[in-house]
Write a protein that binds this ligand. Structure first.
Ligand code: DAT
Ligand code: MG
Length: 140
């Protein structure tokens, strides 16, 4: 099977809570390789492109505001089936429903806000991964 790459973000809630290392550790412990890593606060233009598929949904504006509210850790991880594998490590979108053992299930909860503050983003397909890696790490 060919090597795959995925874009992972530790969202502002994860960085604020000091959980970036925990997330990176789980990715490394699973056996994936880090190929790029950066701490930055994304601007509105990057977030609009990153979340273009959600434009028009009720949580879109709160999502973009939240994602720009502080630094995120952006990274590219590599390995066979890493796209599926990281989504599995992350768990379900809703951290209350996410299974224990997953990042969201172990470390996340509902905070009563308009957007799910669910700690991490992971690309959901090879096409999304290529697009997102190009946005966040144009030099790769
Ligand atoms: P995922 O991050 O699991 O790929 P997604 O792409 O459907 O989920 O949504 C992007 C983000 O938007 C998600 O991580 C949190 C937020 N979100 C999604 N659905 C939501 C909802 N129904 N209410 C509030 N926030 C939501
Ligand atoms: Mg998604």
């Amino acid at each position: 099977e060919p090597l795959e790459r995925t874009l992972v973000l530790v969202k502002p809630d994860g960085v604020r809570r000091g959980l970036a290392g925990e997330v990176i550790g789980r990715i490394e412990a699973k056996g994936y390789r880090l190929v790029a890593l950066d701490l930055r606060t994304p601007d509105a233009a990057l977030l609009a492109e990153h979340y273009a598929e959600h434009e028009g949904k009720p949580f879109y504006a709160p999502l973009v505001e939240f994602m720009g509210s502080g630094p995120v850790v952006a990274l590219v991880a590599e390995g066979q089936r890493v796209i599926e594998g990281f989504r599995s490590l992350a768990g379900a979108t809703d951290p209350t429903a996410a299974a224990p053992g997953t990042i969201r299930g172990d470390l996340g909860r509902d905070w009563g806000l308009a957007v799910q503050q669910n700690l991490v983003h992971g690309s959901d397909s090879p096409v999304s991964a290529a697009r997102e890696i190009g946005l966040w790490f144009p030099a790769l």
